[in-house]
Design a protein around this ligand. Structure first.
Ligand code: NAP
Length: 320
């Protein structure tokens, strides 16, 4: 027998767990399928599990460690009756009602669970360089979020990898804190918009290292520098720095929904503007899986709350 739930939440970052808190307090007994800790790209608790100090989440004047914050979210959701399972969803079927959700074998005839409403909170991951020791160094000199971590690099020499709008935006923002920001780009031409380029070229704290790729990280437990290689000359060298920000793009966790939900050109889920409703009635998308603009824990949490309220109203109408 397939297990039928009113609400299933896929994903357990700030968006998913806020949706769980709200739907649990509305007596909807949500089931949260949180993913499996198999890799950095499928991390229960989301990106904050890979973050050290979080100083911009309101309510914590002294800051809080990312994993501790997520543990608090989780305990708060469980306190009101949310059930959290550490499993990876392998397939969803949004063409039937109730919606089908598979764990394990995606070819199984029957789904593992069915849900009257589905809240999708599968987040997005920063694309990484995939170099040795990368995961261990995140939060210890290596970062993917200037807004979150720039403050820790006051008067230090740091670098940003990438040549798109994100990289230039991060470099400009970081120049408020750092003494020098080097933009390391694999070509001799930027992909970023002209206005962002002009801003960066006119910023006296930003320098450019062209035609260069990062080939390795230096430092034991804390980033002390990077190995770089000029792609034209093949020349390799060490580049000392205390912080490196990777800004080579993000990948939303939307593979499961391809062909079933409307997506923007960049793969993020499309929702009704200002809301979390997708183009399938009863399916709501919250947090970074639909947000290619703010990408903050607090905005994800806010969106999780919105999704829960929309799901609650949808279910009320459905049961009436
Ligand atoms: P993006 O435009 O895809 O740029 C990614 C950059 O990273 C490119 O310069 C690319 O190099 C480089 N890169 C990719 N893989 C790499 C690798 N393995 N090693 C080294 N470098 C690598 O991504 P984005 O900058 O995150 O922007 C995404 C979208 O959001 C864009 O449409 C952008 O315009 C938009 N955005 C807008 C704003 C704004 O308007 N304020 C701010 C941020 C983002 P190549 O150039 O050689 O391919």
């Amino acid at each position: 027998m397939t297990d039928l739930r009113d609400v299933i939440i896929i994903g357990s970052g700030p968006a998913g767990l806020t949706a769980a808190i709200y739907t649990a307090r509305a007596n909807l007994a949500p089931l949260v399928l949180e993913g499996e800790p198999s890799s950095t790209s499928d991390q229960p608790g989301g990106q904050l599990m890979l973050t050290t100090d979080v100083e911009n989440f309101p309510g914590f004047p002294d800051g809080i460690m990312g994993p501790e914050l997520m543990m608090n979210f989780r305990m708060q959701a469980e306190r009101f009756g949310a059930e959290i399972q550490t499993v990876k969803v392998s397939r969803v079927d949004l063409s039937t009602r109730p919606f089908g959700v598979w764990i394990g074998d995606p070819t199984a005839a029957q789904p593992t669970h069915q849900a009257n409403a589905l809240i999708i909170a599968t987040g997005a991951q920063s694309i990484m360089l995939d170099l040795p020791n990368e995961t261990e160094l995140v939060g210890h000199g290596l970062s993917t979020c200037a807004t979150c971590d720039g403050f820790f690099f006051r008067d230090q020499e740091i670098a940003v990898v990438g040549g798109g709008d994100s990289a230039l935006e991060e470099a400009n923002f970081l120049s408020r804190f750092a003494s020098k920001v080097t933009l390391i780009h694999r070509r001799d031409e930027l992909r970023a918009s002209k206005i962002m380029q002009d801003r960066a070229f006119n910023n006296p704290k930003i320098e450019f290292l062209w035609d260069t790729v990062v080939t390795g990280y230096l430092g034991d437990g804390k980033l002390a520098g990077v190995m770089v290689e000029n792609v034209k000359t093949g020349e390799a060298s060490e580049f000392p720095l205390s912080g490196l920000f990777i800004a080579i793009g993000h990948r939303p966790g939307t593979d499961l929904y391809r062909g079933q939900l409307a997506m923007k050109d960049n793969g993020y889920l499309e929702t009704v503007p200002g809301r979390t409703a997708t183009d399938v009635e009863g399916v709501f998308a919250v947090g970074d899986v639909t947000d290619d603009y703010y990408r903050q824990a607090i905005t994800a949490a806010g969106s999780g709350c919105q999704g829960a309220l929309e799901a609650e109203r949808y279910l009320e109408a459905l049961h009436d």
